[in-house]
Design a protein. Structure first.
Length: 291
């Protein structure tokens, strides 16, 4: 994971994608072909298929967007529900093959799988229960989940994210659809800066943190010089610089929208992440900058 690199200066292409998607192979209502057609209409470049305990491999004739096999693993452990989006699997993980979060992460390390903690707020799993044996955490967490937001208003897990970051865990944040029905499409996505539109290049960029999450606002650049962070973006009404403990900075537009902002993180602050809010209330999230 990059701590202060600027992906906007890196060579590559910007790709719009969703990492959490279900089909009729588990509890979704759409076939992979229908998923592709619907996401293509919204300008997506890639979609990970994450059926429950099922690695769905799409038909090779589907060309756009790129459909990438993945999987969601669910388990109940010591009184709490845990869901994990597992990216980069080379083979299917059968239901029940992992009986604890620690086993999921151990297997992921052995097999080179990238794990995202899915909708912890919706699961009712407090942030301290997202730290597992040996002090391990998932490398990613869903900061926004469309279906959890639209069905029971528990789609935002930013407090879980900040609790874990504040405790010193380096975790990336993802906005996702968790698509089960057509109405859940294009509520939240990631914009990835990858070398090419291939599964390997996309996953490599995700591992490096070369992406941001959005419901609409665009991050055009983030420049880091020492402890100063500058951001350029599409017009928004609020830009929030969020760091550990009680300090941070929130800038609100007055007569005009904001398209630029800068903030210098005080000494002793270990990370800063940025949130954007536009006039419609739609948000975007940068990944943390670590010091």
């Amino acid at each position: 994971m990059k701590t202060n690199g600027n992906m906007w200066d890196d060579k590559g292409v910007w790709l719009k994608g969703n990492i959490h998607t279900h089909t009729i192979n588990s509890d979704g209502e759409c076939t992979p072909e229908e998923i592709a057609a619907k996401y293509n209409r919204h300008g997506y470049d890639f979609v990970f298929l994450t059926d429950h305990a099922k690695r769905t491999v799409p038909d090779k004739t589907i060309r756009k967007p790129l459909l990438i096999p993945a999987e969601e693993i669910d388990l109940y452990y010591k009184g709490y529900n845990y869901h994990f989006v597992c990216l980069g699997l080379k083979k299917e993980w059968a239901a029940g093959s992992c009986r604890s979060p620690g086993q999921v992460l151990a297997r992921a390390r052995r097999e080179g799988v990238f794990v995202v903690q899915a909708h912890p707020y919706w699961c009712g799993t407090p942030s301290h229960k997202c730290v597992y044996q040996g002090g391990l955490t998932c490398p990613g967490v869903e900061v926004y989940n469309t279906i959890c937001d639209r069905t029971i208003a528990k789609g935002y897990s930013s407090i879980h994210w900040d609790d874990l970051l504040d405790a010193g865990h380096r975790i990336l944040g993802f906005a996702v659809d968790d698509t089960h029905h057509a109405s859940h499409i294009a509520g939240g996505w990631i914009m990835v800066k990858a070398k090419s539109c291939t599964p390997g290049a996309i996953l490599s960029a995700i591992r490096s943190g070369d992406f941001y999450s959005s419901q609409g606002p665009e991050i055009k650049a983030i420049v880091i010089r020492g402890r100063e962070i500058k951001i350029a973006c599409s017009p928004v009404t609020r830009i929030n610089f969020i760091t550990n403990r009680y300090q941070g900075c929130s800038m609100a537009a007055t007569a005009k929208s904001l398209t630029h902002a800068a903030w210098t993180a005080p000494k002793g602050k270990r990370y800063v992440r940025i949130e954007l809010v536009n006039a419609s209330g739609k948000m975007a999230w940068s990944n943390p900058v670590f010091f």
